[in-house]
Design a protein around this ligand. Structure first.
Ligand code: PEP
Ligand code: MN
Length: 352
């Protein structure tokens, strides 16, 4: 249930309303928007009558029941778009598009540093790269683990790029969180509920939660995806970004997955959480990555995750979908034009 307070209501009065709700055993989450203050009620509200709540104060404008099973993730509960700050960089609907770029896997020092320098020069804010890889076959390259995390930290030191890397196992949470500026939860783990709860509860040494990039499971509906996000939010971590990476459909002949770009307007209506599109896993073919990136920018994505490798033909994972650094430069040039049209490109490079 949400309570919309009348515009211009003094904060002391809002506090009184919160106190009366607490007497009823309900806790609240306060969201201060541009126009209104909205109180989200947390707890069992099933027996509460909307009219009874409205009678609490003449400063209550309206009371609405949130129908969705996911509450905190829903736009009904939280009408203003959320901004997730990662290493000081804002991700969300009201900010320029961010680029999370890099190899599928961290293979060695030379390749990760070369990629990091090139994508930084092209305009990326984040370096992506897997240390722990979810692979279909146990005989495929599984990632270099902790030593790869060390290389990501080195790449950040040399370039200033933020680090996005995947966590597969709760056992590795501390070592991954030590290096990651944003933890990726991969498609195959989207419904690993114990992992979701743990990343929701995690706090660093300053008591801060870690931003999470939650990929959509390859067979997940949008409601299942948002319910997975709800696990992280309900555990107390509000910094969740959703990442579409393609879903399984009947046709696998020409693309690895079907990139569902319609999630951009759909999610906008359902949730306040920021949205990232991954056209690399979404198509599985490097040739299609640029057009899908431009389409995602035109449709209003808040960020793109793009795989880039210095020599894709030699990549230990996902070579066929990886761009060379030159191809990424070319993508960014056109992306600046499309995103610039919608006011979603950082000003200093808007005219490249
Ligand atoms: C990846 O980002 O390299 C990856 C394995 O992604 P997904 O979980 O979307 O398959
Ligand atoms: Mn990959």
């Amino acid at each position: 249930m949400i309570i919309v307070i009348k515009p211009g209501t003094q904060s002391e009065i809002v506090d009184e309303i919160v106190a009366s709700l607490e007497v009823w055993g309900l806790s609240t989450q306060m969201m201060v928007g541009k126009e209104n203050v909205v109180l989200g009620l947390i707890g069992d509200t099933s027996i509460l009558e909307e009219d009874r709540v409205k009678e609490l104060s003449p400063f209550i404008d309206r009371v609405m029941r949130v129908k969705k099973r996911y509450k905190r993730a829903s736009r009904e509960f939280h009408p203003e778009p959320s901004t997730v700050l990662v290493r000081g960089i804002p991700i969300g609907e009201e900010h320029p598009i961010v680029l999370m770029t890099g190899p599928c896997s961290v293979e060695n020092e030379e390749m990760i540093l070369e990629t990091a320098h090139r994508v930084k020069a092209a305009g990326a804010q984040f370096l992506r790269g897997g240390a722990y890889k979810p692979r279909t076959s146990p005989y495929d390259f599984q990632g270099h683990g902790e030593s790869a995390l060390g290389l990501l930290a080195l790449a950040r030191e040399k370039t200033g790029l933020g680090i996005v890397t995947e966590l597969m196992d709760t056992e590795d949470l501390n070592v991954v969180a030590e290096v990651a500026d944003m933890i990726q939860i991969g498609a195959r783990n989207m419904q690993n509920f114990s992992l979701l709860k743990k990343v929701g509860l995690y706090r660093d040494k300053h008591g801060q939660p870690k931003p999470i990039l939650l990929k959509r499971g390859m067979n997940a509906t949008i409601d299942e995806w948002l319910s997975a996000a709800e696990y992280i939010l309900a555990a107390g971590n509000p910094n969740v970004v959703l990442c579409e990476r393609g879903i399984r459909t009947f046709d696998k002949q020409y693309t690895r997955n079907t990139l569902d770009l319609s999630v951009i307007p759909v999610l906008r209506s359902l949730t306040h959480l920021p949205i990232v599109i991954d056209p690399s896993h979404g198509t599985g073919v490097s040739e299609y990555v640029k057009s899908m990136s431009l389409a995602a920018a035109a449709a209003g994505t808040d960020g793109l995750m793009v795989e880039v490798h210095p020599t894709p033909a030699k990549a230990l994972s996902d070579g066929p979908q990886s761009l060379t650094p030159d191809k990424f430069d070319d993508l960014v040039k056109d992306l600046a034009k499309v995103a610039g049209l919608f006011g979603r490109w950082p000003k200093e490079v808007a005219n490249v």
